[in-house]
Design a protein around this ligand. Structure first.
Ligand code: NDP
Length: 401
């Protein structure tokens, strides 16, 4: 009842699989399948070396629904954990429906030819999952994932209603490269170059990408520039915390990163419009991805910490209060434990936790669910036990910006 099939063999998958193998009380047979088998073999070897656990590996193109369905039939897992790319979400949900297996992911569906992501495409699977008696859990990473659980924890224990919510994502790590992204470069650059959007008084407010900046002093990292961005959990949080007047997402970027990004944008290398090159159609951003460092290779050199959390202001027993819940994760500690840097670690651990809670029935349901719909407490407990401890601070006043 605890067997799992993980799809995708990048940094996030590597962390999740290491953590699953480290917890044999929570997970049974682990099978890892991805587009290129050698990536799975490398993870399997590291898992064997570190924890003495043998995992099965396979090669599959997750965009090929019949091939994935056949693999699921063969492996017979209780849960499919999608740690490939957002492009594969719908195909993997289809394969789960074909074979009667529950589904989990960490990022919402995004079509390849449109840098536009929203939950609508996956929420449309609600009736099909419900009728099949299956469960899909969407967004079980850090953001989305832990940031939504933090918000629900605040709503359950600290505030009666949340009036404003700010999610602050800081990566204070330094990988020593001129320019590299900490997760899949194509997905990362599409996200950062999209217009910013936040939720205010029942509507979305759109502003140009990277046009709103604030400085914030992050615990154990220091003062950093952070920029207003759109992030997918704003959509589910606005749905599940309907009383919120404002919800915003901020991410830190250094000057060097932004200068490189601007140049790459200006010369057209971040475009997703196909162009002809030497008689062949290529997508500039996919070409750029091919020449940038793979995020899973950054672990050996990355030093510093991430600090990601939620600041919520609202009322408790009629009195206005502000709480800040966050986690600090050290890149070198994450690397020592799993061979991956903290951005992969902070996503892979919550994926493992969501999977464990589904497999042991703590979180159960029929249909398509966002993480906000479940009791935050067991998830919060497991964060503390599995490497992502969190802290709660009451702030003297709401954010001033
Ligand atoms: P990587 O690019 O490192 O890994 C993705 C993996 O998926 C690669 O092994 C890749 O294969 C594989 N893959 C791609 N296409 C297919 C396919 N058609 N069939 C099978 N496998 C495929 O990305 P990350 O590990 O950094 O990120 C993984 C996921 O986690 C992404 O969806 C990302 O958006 C999400 N994420 C979520 C976060 C959160 O906090 N919620 C934060 C960070 C990431 P190959 O190696 O051959 O290219």
């Amino acid at each position: 009842m605890k067997d799992v099939l993980v799809i995708g063999a990048g940094g996030v998958s590597s962390v999740a699989v290491h953590k699953m193998a480290k917890n044999p009380d929570l997970f049974g047979k682990i099978t890892l399948a991805s587009r290129r088998r050698f990536k799975c073999d490398a993870i399997a070897e590291s898992v064997k070396q570190r924890f003495g656990v043998t995992i099965d590996v396979a090669e599959v193109d997750a965009d090929d629904v019949p091939a994935t369905s056949a693999l699921i039939e063969k492996v017979k897992p209780n849960l499919l954990v999608n740690l490939a790319l957002p492009y594969q979400d719908l195909n993997l949900m289809d394969a789960c429906l074909n074979t009667g297996v529950d589904y989990l992911d960490t990022a919402n569906y995004e079509p390849r030819d449109e840098a536009r992501f929203h939950y609508g495409w996956q929420w449309d699977y609600q009736d099909r999952f419900k009728q099949a008696g299956l469960m899909a859990l969407l967004g079980s990473g850090f953001d989305p994932g832990v940031t939504s659980v933090f918000a629900m924890y605040i709503k359950k224990h600290l505030l009666d209603t949340i009036r404003t919510l700010d999610i602050l994502d800081c990566n204070g790590g330094d990988h020593g490269q001129h320019f590299a992204t900490n997760f899949n470069p194509e997905i990362n650059i599409r996200e950062i170059t999209a217009p910013a959007r936040h939720w205010e008084n029942g509507d979305w407010v759109e502003t140009p990408a990277l046009s709103t900046r604030q400085v914030f002093e992050f615990d154990q990292v220091g003062a950093k520039n952070m920029y207003l961005m759109y992030h997918e959990e704003l959509e589910s949080l606005a749905k599940f915390i309907p009383e919120m007047e404002r919800a915003r997402f901020w991410m830190t970027f250094g000057e060097q990163y932004l200068t490189h990004l601007r140049v790459l944008q200006n010369v057209g290398l971040t475009s997703i419009e196909p162009i002809m090159y030497e008689g062949r159609e290529i997508v500039p951003l996919q070409f750029l991805k091919a020449v940038l460092p793979e995020p899973s290779t950054l672990g050996t050199t990355t030093k510093g910490k991430t600090n990601i959390g939620d600041i919520a202001t609202g009322t408790k027993d009629g009195e206005e209060k502000t709480f800040y819940v966050y986690n600090v994760c050290d890149h070198e500690d994450a690397f020592e434990e799993t061979g991956n840097q903290a951005v992969s670690y902070t996503t892979g651990v919550p994926a493992m936790i969501g999977a464990a809670l589904m497999l042991n029935g703590t979180w159960k349901g029929e249909g398509v669910f966002n993480i906000e719909q479940f009791d935050p407490d067991p998830f919060m407990d497991m964060l503390n036990k599995h490497g992502l401890p969190w802290q709660v601070h009451e702030l003297a006043e709401p954010l001033k910006f």
